[in-house]
Design a protein. Structure first.
Length: 364
């Protein structure tokens, strides 16, 4: 039976989540739902708590599922709910199964929940419920439109400079004004980025400013949302090989005052963390950089078989924070190289993970 102890904040909202939970549990034939109770609770984002009494038919064992519903599944909201659920589990102990329910729980949020050995359910279909002889584990690839839109906004080109700067040294503490000045991004936009990172609990605030606490979570989400930079991609043939090519490329890349060009993708990865050579060389360049590469590499039409790919990105920030792993060799920075490799097919993904293992490991 369904028993209301107090008027619900939003009866329709409450009913949706309780029905989703009971529908999930009813799919297990060896289990019977004995009773469901729920009540409103006026705390921040918490809308309803629920207690579900479940009986395992074969053993006649009773379990009490204590649930919290959150209007937001962002890690910050999840952390608050987990603190309450863990206190309930500690106080009640016997046969208590804590479960967190939300409209959508991101992979980050689900990892946080599982770390505390708590169950979860969201309306997208993600679920993990484990007690007694019952084990339910489901993962879906779909995301709510708002969640996808939020990640795309966070990883827009004008945000990338800020994020790459944070990932250079995750433990470094930044005030918003200093981060805006260092990245060349507006104060308002950096403030929005800060809020988005705090909501996901990828950063924390300290006396001297914010710093990254989960750089790997940030990089994972960026990789999964990453698309190639927009811009014109041109293909050429160079007759140069080996040391002759390297010497000519260094000459072209050295003219940073008048022309901007940098090794990219597999070519950058080869200098940063070698993982097997490819027959094609990759660059980012502006118009002047393209002209310089064309001359120094003796580039011609790809009719003979392309072996050079030069992309002229609309986002010139890619050319603003390059690195020089060895004298005269200019490459996209570690994060940008990792992202580009991650979308370059199976071999690219392997090279990306090798680069991450070698160069993008943090202790925070």
């Amino acid at each position: 039976m369904l028993k209301h102890r107090k008027p619900s904040i939003d009866p329709n909202f409450d009913r949706t989540y309780i029905e989703a939970l009971t529908a999930l549990l009813r799919q297990v034939p060896t289990m019977r739902i004995d009773r469901v109770e729920h009540e409103a609770a006026i705390t921040d984002e918490l809308s309803v708590t629920a207690a579900v009494n479940v009986v395992e038919l074969e053993s006649a064992r009773m379990h009490r599922l204590v649930c919290e519903v959150r209007k937001s599944g962002q890690p910050r909201s999840v952390s608050l709910a987990l603190m309450h659920l863990l206190r309930v589990r500690q106080s009640l102990k016997s046969n208590v199964v804590p479960i967190l329910i939300a409209p959508y729980l991101s992979p980050d949020s689900r990892r946080l929940i599982l770390e505390q050995k708590v169950g979860y359910l969201d309306l997208q279909g993600n679920a993990h419920v484990e007690f007694g002889s019952i084990y339910i584990d489901r993962e879906v690839s779909t995301k709510p439109t708002a969640e996808s839109r939020g990640l795309k906004s966070l990883f827009k080109p004008r945000s990338a400079l800020v994020l790459r700067l944070l990932l250079q040294d995750p433990a470094k503490q930044w005030r918003v004004v200093d981060l805006a000045k260092a990245s060349g991004v507006s104060l308002g936009h950096v403030s929005n980025i800060r809020s988005a990172l705090l909501d996901r609990e990828w950063t924390k605030d300290a006396d001297a400013g914010m710093f990254l606490v989960r750089p790997d979570f940030l990089l994972d989400a960026w990789r999964d949302s990453y698309v190639a930079p927009t811009g014109e991609s041109l293909r050429f043939y160079t007759p140069l090989h080996g040391s002759s090519f390297e010497d000519a490329a260094r000459r072209a890349l050295a003219d940073g005052a008048h022309a901007q060009a940098t090794f990219a993708s597999f070519s950058a990865g080869q200098w940063l963390a070698p993982y097997g050579r490819t027959g094609t060389h990759y660059f980012y360049a502006d118009k002047a950089g393209l002209d310089r590469l064309t001359v120094d590499l003796n580039l011609s039409s790809a009719a003979k078989g392309e072996n050079v790919v030069i992309t002229m990105p609309k986002d010139k920030a890619i050319l603003a924070d390059t690195i020089e792993p060895v004298p005269g060799v200019i490459c996209t920075n570690l994060v940008q190289t990792y992202l580009d490799l991650s979308i370059a097919g199976e071999r690219g993904r392997e090279a990306a993970e090798h680069l991450r293992l070698e160069k993008l490991r943090w202790s925070t």
